[in-house]
Write a protein of this length. Structure first.
Ligand SMILES: Cc1ncc(COP(=O)(O)O)c(C=O)c1O
Lengths: 159, 434
């Protein structure tokens, strides 16, 4: 199922605990490091880098593949994809094989085949969105940057 | 949470201003604090690197200011906003986010005089050149776009001559060349027109005017659509590593938020034109009632324009809401709820009649501003547009006889009563001269 609305993405994040980040980089200027670091320091998810080129990021062990991750931790709730769009179908196949419940394609990772593979296999699919931004949309972070979160409520947010 | 698409008035009251999570305060708290404490050294490092969201220092962001930004962005249908000290600093920051020395802009010639001067003098000195296109002519805009053009700029309703921009057509022409359209929506406000819905990419406001609505505070804002492909290569300032933020590639890192993130992290930081939280707080109060005030402004403006239109002392009235206006079709398309409340007219008898008219008025305030709840009057050629050359005045549609009105919220019969007194004084001068 392709998640089109902010509400659907929020539900996905609310029911998820583990995020395997394919293509997470230890280079602090890379977007994937931004997202990794944000999710880790906010303590929202248990985030794990999937990157054969690095042993760890900020002390968190990196796995060479989703299969290697799943062998130790079981199926990830979300596979977050920071790879070239052309590589996305292969990542989708590996995510399906690892039993992932959802696959999240970051900004610019748009590949119809990958979307179809994941959707057909029953994964929740998010395309061309940033999991950091979507998580900040509901925790007040995005509002602090003057961004339009679309959140209207007269209820007090629980901190 | 539901995905309901809330209406304009609901968003004006609720967007960006939920109850305060700390105290439960229902009104927006006024955070008059220059700086904000960090949770830890790690948190401080994450904030400075832009890897997490939060408050550092009010020149770059402030929770009260952010509430104004989000509310306005919601009303304009944008992805986010950025507030500044004034409308002119909003323009400067928007342009410097996409252009640098050696770059070029295409602008309508029907602009606020201060904007024309900002472009033709100050930006030119900084190495950014602007080509002004008379009448917002779409073909002329297409012809003026060069390989180094970084943006096209227009006002929704031109100040002061009232020309209505063909936003969709200009956006198409700009986009065909990979260039974004920036629209100054000050005169329309998001209540009367939402340029992003017609294809604009960036919206600018002098919030000083109708958004504040009471002639009390200066403020400006930028809203961005989140749709423009900043990473496509036409805007290297956004799509290549920036020395202003330790090699960050904003398009790659922030995707659809690239423009607003660079505008804040580099330009608001370095230009320093931050809005006071106090002013932002007052502008939020203004937005809450915008949808009540604008129809009243427009209704009074329509009646005043019709009154002047029927008078012999008046040579012409340039209000897009009049049935014989050349702007009528575009106004019907872009301003279906009314053509705003600022317009010009020409008095017979020229400059002397204009002077007698303004001096005879009792209720209309003679000052250089628009968008106050009180009615305002001015003679642009000798004031707001005084810095313009004769050619620029002609291109901007301003003559020696032009008087500009900003119609306020008084009882319209009183406004008309006062104008009648002014016209009588003007007629006396015109008769002596004749
Ligand atoms: C259409 C328009 N844009 C921009 C400005 C500049 O705004 P500010 O005075 O807030 O800098 C004005 C001010 O008169 C204006 O009328």
């Amino acid at each position: 199922m392709i998640l089109e609305t902010a509400a659907e993405r929020r539900e996905l994040m609310d029911r998820s605990r583990t995020v395997a980040m394919v293509g997470a980089s230890p280079n602090p200027t890379r977007p994937s490091y931004f997202v990794f670091s944000y999710l880790r320091t906010r303590g929202k998810f248990e985030v794990t880098p999937i990157n054969p080129a690095t042993a760890e990021i900020d002390g968190v062990k990196s796995y060479p593949s989703l299969a290697a991750y799943a062998a130790e931790h079981g199926a990830p709730d979300i596979v977050d994809v920071f790879r070239k769009a052309d590589d996305a179908p292969q990542v989708a196949r590996e995510a399906i094989a690892a039993g992932a419940k959802a696959i999240w394609f970051q900004y610019g990772v748009i590949n119809d085949e990958a979307i179809r593979l994941a959707d057909d296999a029953g994964l929740a699919v998010v395309v061309d969105r940033c999991i950091k931004v979507e998580s900040a949309r509901f925790d007040g972070g995005l509002s602090l940057s003057g961004m339009n979160t679309g959140v209207l409520t007269a209820k007090r947010r629980v901190r | 949470m539901s995905d309901r698409a809330f209406g304009f008035r609901t968003r004006a009251l609720h967007a960006g201003t939920p109850p305060d999570p700390e105290t439960g305060a229902r009104a927006l708290p006024l955070h008059l604090s220059t700086a904000f404490v960090f949770d830890s050294t790690e948190h401080a490092a994450e904030l400075f690197a832009l890897r997490t969201y939060g408050n550092i220092y009010t020149r770059i962001g402030n929770p009260t200011v952010a509430a104004f930004e989000e509310k306005l962005a919601s009303l304009e249908g944008g992805i986010g906003g950025l507030a500044t000290a004034s409308g002119l600093s909003a323009q400067l920051i928007a342009i410097l986010t996409v252009a640098e020395a050696g770059d070029h802009l295409v602008a309508s010639a029907n602009l606020y005089g201060g904007t024309i001067t900002q472009f033709s003098v100050t930006l030119r000195r900084m190495g950014i050149e602007a080509t002004f296109v008379p009448g917002g002519d779409v073909d002329a805009i297409r012809a003026a776009i060069r390989p180094n053009t970084r943006a096209v700029f227009t006002e929704t309703i031109g100040n002061p001559n009232g020309g209505v921009a063909d936003i969709a057509a200009i956006a198409d022409v700009a986009h065909a060349s990979g260039v974004p359209l920036i629209v100054d929506n000050t005169f329309a406000t998001p209540y009367l027109c939402r340029p992003i819905e017609h294809g604009a990419d960036v919206v600018i406001h002098s919030a000083t005017k109708f958004i504040g609505g009471h002639g009390t505070v200066l403020g400006g804002a930028i809203v961005e659509s989140g749709r423009f492909p900043w990473g496509a290569g036409r805007h290297p300032l956004l799509s290549t590593p920036s020395p202003g933020y330790h090699g960050m590639n904003f398009a790659e890192t922030f995707g659809e938020y690239a423009f607003l993130m660079r505008a804040r992290a580099e330009l608001l930081r370095d230009v320093g034109a931050a809005i006071s939280p106090m002013n932002a707080w007052l502008l939020v109060q203004g937005l809450e009632t915008l949808a009540l005030r604008m129809p009243a402004h427009v209704a009074n403006a329509q009646k005043v324009a019709e009154f002047l239109h029927g008078r012999d002392e008046v040579a012409w009235v340039s209000y897009a809401g009049l049935p014989d206006s050349e702007e009528r079709e575009r106004a019907a398309r872009y301003l279906p709820l009314g053509a705003g409340a600022v317009f010009t007219f020409g008095l017979r008898g020229g400059r002397d009649a204009g002077r007698a008219f303004i001096e005879a008025l009792q209720l209309w305030s003679h000052l250089a501003n628009v968008g106050d709840a009180k009615s305002l009057v001015i003679h642009p050629a000798s004031t707001t547009h005084q810095q313009l050359s004769d050619d620029e005045l002609v291109a901007a549609g301003i003559g020696a006889d032009t008087v500009r009105l900003s119609v306020g919220l008084e009882d319209v019969d009183d406004l008309v009563w006062d104008l009648e007194r002014g016209l009588a004084a003007a007629a006396k001068v015109a008769a002596v001269r004749a």
